[in-house]
Design a protein. Structure first.
Length: 169
């Protein structure tokens, strides 16, 4: 079974956005990182927005970001949404081509079970799982990791002094 280029690009875009610590990325940036078509990504971005996976921010400093946490985006769900059909043989829906042996066909049943098992395995993964090797992926895609703001010794001392009474904040 082969996923479409559209699904591949959708998954890549979602992974990129999940790795983008500051949240916003442009289609141009994503296309350059992966070496893929900007025009194809524009269509993918629009559809992922309609599906509720991606938010678009308009304007000079705009871009794309995940619409929900990476842990809340299931891989199987995305594949079901982006694949036009999962008809791996002609007798599956939506094609429903005539077949002389359909009433007794074991092949159709076997292939249906295999297709369902494929998507069931994907259901065990989230977008968060796909980006676990975070630092190496960010490096490979030329995404700069956002470093947490540094606090001065004075600020750290003030925070510790305010918590000396044993009370948790």
């Amino acid at each position: 079974m082969r996923l479409t280029v559209y699904t591949d690009y959708a998954l890549r875009m979602l992974m990129y956005l999940a790795l983008k610590d500051d949240g916003l990325a442009t289609i141009e940036e994503i296309a350059q990182s992966y070496g893929i078509s900007k025009n194809h990504l524009m269509k993918v971005a629009h559809q992922l927005g309609v599906a509720g996976y991606v938010d678009t921010v308009r304007g000079r400093n705009g871009g794309l970001r995940l619409a929900k946490p990476a842990k809340a985006i299931g891989l199987g769900e995305v594949v079901r949404h982006t694949e036009p059909d999962m008809a791996i043989v002609m007798c599956f829906e939506p094609i429903n081509a005539d077949c002389a042996v359909l009433p007794y066909c074991v092949l159709r049943k076997a292939l249906a079970r295999a297709r369902d098992a494929f998507v069931d395995v994907l259901d065990n993964y989230t977008l968060s799982d796909l980006v676990k090797p975070r630092a190496p992926l960010q490096t490979m895609l030329s995404i700069e990791a956002v470093k947490p703001p540094r606090t001065s010794a004075k600020t750290r001392a003030q925070g510790q002094a305010g918590n000396r009474g044993g009370l948790k904040r």
